[in-house]
Design a binder for this molecule. Structure first.
Ligand code: DC
Length: 236
């Protein structure tokens, strides 16, 4: 993408830990702005599903790299396919919750997803939700948000989400999963979860989804204005 078109591309990145409200907020912001929603956690989940089905643990780096060469992963809207199979419904389970961050810490896995994520940046732009959106995948994004919330509150949200789907989960287990995932995501060597340079930190602990969405919509207005050019670089 070149020149004027590039300048019109609006990239909003929303990074933050599990349960900070990223996907709910990012989805709502995308719907209200007409930007596309990109949930990159789904892609990491799909890779975890693919490799665990093949029985390849995160420690087997060589067989894992070979298996990734055969992976045909596609994203259409928020549907994810492995080959011809739509795996979208199988990705948000407690089992995948427990293993995904171990696979997401591997350089070969992150490298495999980089281009697929960046290729989603087409006009009018997107709201990208993940852990390294503002730091690695879209470092030139016009607006970078870092959403956070206290660990107990994040576990409470995950617990309610999973219970409402009829899954039998214990709050203590969900909290311990959230804490161990935070630890793995923020201490890994490659692309650790961190506040990207120039990001605006929004703490959602005591805010409703609507309050956070409105705060971000205001920031989008302020950043991109009516003609769509970002003050902080604006384009890829
Ligand atoms: O947002 P989520 O819970 O669906 O993310 C699933 C896992 O993938 C989580 O452990 C962090 C990892 N992830 C990542 O490392 N980088 C991203 N851009 C998105 C997710």
């Amino acid at each position: 993408m070149k020149g004027k078109e590039e300048r019109r591309l609006r990239i909003v990145t929303i990074d933050g830990p599990a349960g900070s409200g990223k996907s709910t907020v990012a989805r709502a912001v995308a719907a209200r702005t007409g930007l596309r929603y990109l949930d990159t956690g789904l892609l990491y989940r799909a890779i975890a599903l693919f490799l665990s089905r093949k029985g390849i643990p995160p420690t087997e780096k060589d067989s894992l790299r070979t298996a990734l060469e055969d992976l045909q992963l596609t994203l259409e809207g928020d549907r994810v396919r492995i080959g011809a199979e739509d795996v979208s419904e199988a990705l948000r389970t407690p089992e995948i919750d427990r293993i995904v961050s171990l696979y997401a810490a591997l350089p070969s896995v992150r490298k495999r997803l980089l281009h697929l994520q960046q290729s989603q940046a087409v006009l009018p732009g997107l709201v990208a939700d993940g852990r390294d959106m503002g730091s690695v995948v879209f470092p030139e994004a016009g607006l970078k948000i870092f959403l956070t919330a206290g660990a107990e509150e994040r576990a409470r949200r995950r617990f309610l989400e999973q219970s409402s789907k009829g899954e039998k989960v214990l709050f203590e287990q969900v909290l311990s999963d959230v804490l161990s995932r935070d630890e793995t995501d923020s201490t890994r060597e490659i692309a650790p979860l961190s506040v990207p340079k120039n990001a605006i930190v929004v703490d959602t602990t005591e805010k409703t989804v609507e309050q956070v969405v409105i705060e971000i919509l205001r920031l989008i207005d302020r950043t991109f204005g009516e003609n769509g050019s970002g003050v902080a670089g604006g384009a890829l």
